[in-house]
Design a protein around this ligand. Structure first.
Ligand SMILES: CC(C)(COP(=O)(O)OP(=O)(O)OC[C@H]1O[C@@H](n2cnc3c(N)ncnc32)[C@H](O)[C@@H]1OP(=O)(O)O)[C@@H](O)C(=O)NCCC(=O)NCCS
Length: 200
């Protein structure tokens, strides 16, 4: 019991930290209570526990009540990692077999939905550190690789690799971040060599 309370308190603290980190508009800790994301994620943690214990009706009830108050619909079956944040929130839909890694950020209107063609794993997998812009639709059991960004208003129907920015409908890759990082490291390396400074 004491351990559960401690874990719950740690989770709340982390949610406050994440909100502060992701939304520069936040002025005080108390304001976190006014974020739909806070209530939607909290309700989902409870609903998902009930879902795993096969209390399907109760789990769905909590999820639908949360949707009523926050405008964010997360199916209780969806698996969501730590440090998840939804900015604004209204209109977000996350399907039953969706899987979301750690430190993922969604904006309002994002759908992680099914195409209607797939039976078991029907919804997307979103890996760690992904950002998905407002009103983006991701359909089917596709994977968005870690550290990638999807531009607002995109439609994703195929896998997106890690470390890229993809935009448009259908989404296409416009930037490879790893190549960019490698190029930066090389240029900085050269600068260090030419300036005669030793690398650390
Ligand atoms: C995609 C995004 C994450 C930026 O990623 P980034 O890696 O920093 O990429 P850049 O901004 O440098 O853009 C890369 C290219 O994609 C284009 N682009 C960026 N976002 C786009 C979008 N939503 N739709 C179409 N093209 C877009 C840029 O114009 C740029 O093109 P260029 O290279 O020809 O100039 C950002 O533009 C975005 O859409 N964020 C979501 C924010 C949001 O939803 N806000 C709602 C607040 S209420």
């Amino acid at each position: 019991m004491k351990r559960n309370l401690y874990a719950f308190w740690a989770m709340l603290k982390e949610m406050v930290e994440v909100t502060k980190e992701k939304d520069p508009a936040l002025r005080s800790t108390a304001e976190v209570l006014l974020y739909p994301s806070f209530w939607a994620i909290l309700s989902h943690r409870l609903a998902h526990r009930l879902y795993r214990k096969k209390h399907f009706f109760l789990a769905r009830l909590i999820s639908q009540l949360s949707r009523l108050f926050t405008g964010i619909e997360i199916h209780p079956g969806a698996k969501i990692g730590r440090r998840f944040f939804i900015d604004h929130g209204m209109g977000v839909v996350i399907g039953e077999t969706a899987e979301i890694g750690n430190n993922v950020m969604l904006y309002h209107g994002v759908t992680l939905g099914g195409t209607g063609k797939h039976k078991i794993k029907r919804h997307p997998t979103v890996e760690d550190n992904v950002l998905i812009g407002a009103e983006t639709i991701v359909l089917g059991p596709v994977t968005i690789g870690k550290n990638s960004k999807i531009g607002a208003g995109s439609v994703v129907l195929r896998d997106i690799p890690s470390d890229v920015t993809a935009v448009g409908s259908p989404a296409r890759i416009v930037r490879w971040h790893r190549e960019q990082q490698e190029a930066e490291v090389q240029t900085r390396g050269k600068q260090i060599l030419f300036s005669g400074k030793k690398a650390m």
